[in-house]
Design a protein around this ligand. Structure first.
Ligand SMILES: *[C@@H]1O[C@H](CO)[C@@H](O)[C@H](O)[C@H]1NC(C)=O
Length: 264
């Protein structure tokens, strides 16, 4: 059902930009009516302008994102490793969980194996190569493909917890400004962000995958400044419980994990 939806509709982008370039090329055409060669040049130039605007506007971003993310599910993998510790930190709040990120079918399947946990997923990229299990999750409506630059198709506080991994690093601050509050909006008891360490912290093996990719890995200081701007507060009680559980289980995450409160 939601399978056919594509994160971005390229035809919309083209027509939007083309409309903007229309008056520009028309005025040039009227001046150079006598010369077919200059008309051809202007038309060619207009196409170049449209092409660059289209690229610049992120119209081709999805294809790029899909390529970048392939084989690069490090923090999504980390979500699965963290589940036992999240359960200890959040207790009853692990009942209704939304995961947002690539390979969400795998996270949702793992969560569904937990007792008394309902789980849903939002896959921000195409899943044309989805396996049988993933297709079945999409058919059941548990996993949706949706562009997280746009409002999420859920009511406020639909989920107790929202987990996000490997998805925010591909958004510019402008889009983060929309997407982060959206993720907080659909959560009732917390938003947990899994994100890679910046490259100069490249001690961890998983970060090798990130070298040469255009994911923007930001420092904890950067993220905290951003959370303050968006009035998102750290959930200190959850941080404490999670860190205690992780220490007890000798769990040493390879990604940064931020525990935020939902909006009140
Ligand atoms: C994001 O939102 C904050 C707070 O509303 C604002 O101060 C900041 O300029 C915005 N950043 C961008 C890139 O839009």
């Amino acid at each position: 059902m939601a399978m056919a939806r594509r994160p971005i509709n390229p035809s919309q982008r083209v027509s939007g930009v083309g409309g903007g370039a229309g008056p520009y090329s028309k005025s040039h055409l009227s001046k150079s009516r006598s010369s077919p060669l200059s008309i051809a040049l202007v038309v060619g130039a207009a196409f170049l302008v449209i092409f660059y605007f289209y690229r610049g506007s992120g119209g081709l971003g999805i294809k790029g994102a899909v390529n970048r993310v392939e084989g690069d599910f490090s923090c999504t993998f980390e979500v699965e490793r963290a589940i036992p510790f999240l359960k200890q930190a959040y207790g009853d709040s692990m009942h209704k969980v939304l995961h947002v990120g690539p390979d969400t079918c795998s996270v949702v399947s793992t969560l569904l194996r937990e007792e008394e946990t309902e789980a849903w997923g939002v896959e921000p990229y195409d899943i044309e190569d989805a396996d049988h299990n993933c297709k079945s999750l999409v058919r059941k409506g548990l996993v949706r493909v949706a562009d997280i630059k746009f409002p999420l198709p859920y009511r406020a506080k639909s989920f107790s917890l929202v987990l996000v991994s490997d998805a925010l690093e591909y958004l510019s601050p402008k889009y983060l400004n929309k997407t982060l509050p959206e993720l907080a909006r659909v959560s009732a008891d917390g938003l947990i962000i899994f994100t890679g360490y910046p490259q100069h912290h490249k001690i961890k093996a998983v970060d090798k995958f990130k070298v040469g990719r255009s994911a923007k890995l930001r420092s904890a200081a950067w993220w905290f400044r951003y959370f303050v701007q968006l009035s998102l507060e750290e959930n200190e009680a959850a941080v404490k419980k999670f860190d205690q559980a992780a220490a007890k289980g000798s769990y040493n995450p390879s990604c940064q994990i931020f525990h935020l409160k939902s909006y009140q």
